[in-house]
Write a protein that binds this ligand. Structure first.
Ligand code: IMP
Ligand code: MG
Length: 175
């Protein structure tokens, strides 16, 4: 194995759990009596949506996965976004769930694809927001934590497929 990167906790699992419960209650209140279609983006959202969805007590909720990838093997966005498996969403209120809102390119591409497929409304819920990195004017209606411009891993976020399984959101310092 090449050089080692050392993950250091930035947001601990217990804080993430507590925030997911708050967001879940907020989302359930906002969509009360409705039947939103929750669309998590794989693979980064896999931990977040597992905790978030179970914290949304809404009977009418439907959940279907899609996927988007923008990063290659590094920590700098390629600028290209591939969107796959957009579910049937005509006239639906869609809540996209992603791990992190960075440049905004991914969310914009997904939103355009959902609108092209007939979605009536598209909102987004992201665990993390790095607003200083934005290149596209887009916001998420629900944000877990706003963080500075550091590359983070864990709780679903990866560095070339690694570190997704870490329970905490961690920074990695490249040396
Ligand atoms: P955007 O298209 O630049 O907003 O990037 C969103 C996607 O880039 C996320 O879904 C992540 O997969 C990835 N990403 C952005 N920042 C980070 C990070 O700090 N760590 C890991 N992945 C990241
Ligand atoms: Mg991602």
């Amino acid at each position: 194995m090449g050089h080692m990167l050392h993950p250091r906790p930035l947001i601990r699992a217990s804080r993430i759990t507590a925030r997911c419960r708050q967001l879940g209650r907020q989302i359930a209140g906002d969509y009360a009596g409705q039947h939103p279609l929750v669309v998590p983006l794989l693979g980064g959202a896999f931990c977040f949506v597992a905790d978030l969805a179970r914290a949304i007590p809404l009977h009418g909720l439907e959940l279907r996965f899609a996927s988007a990838s923008s990063y290659g093997a590094g920590t700098v966005t390629s600028g290209q976004v591939a969107v796959d498996a957009i579910p049937e969403c005509r006239d639906r209120q869609v809540l996209v769930v992603d791990d992190i809102l960075d440049t905004g390119r991914t969310l914009r591409a997904v939103e355009l694809a959902l609108r092209a497929a007939g979605a009536a409304e598209v909102r987004a819920c992201v665990l993390l927001d790095k607003p200083t990195r934005r290149e596209v004017p887009i916001q998420a209606q629900y944000v877990g934590f706003t963080i500075p411009n550091r590359f983070v891993v864990g709780y679903g976020l990866d560095y070339d497929g690694r570190y997704r399984h870490l329970p905490d959101v961690c920074t990695i310092d490249e040396e």
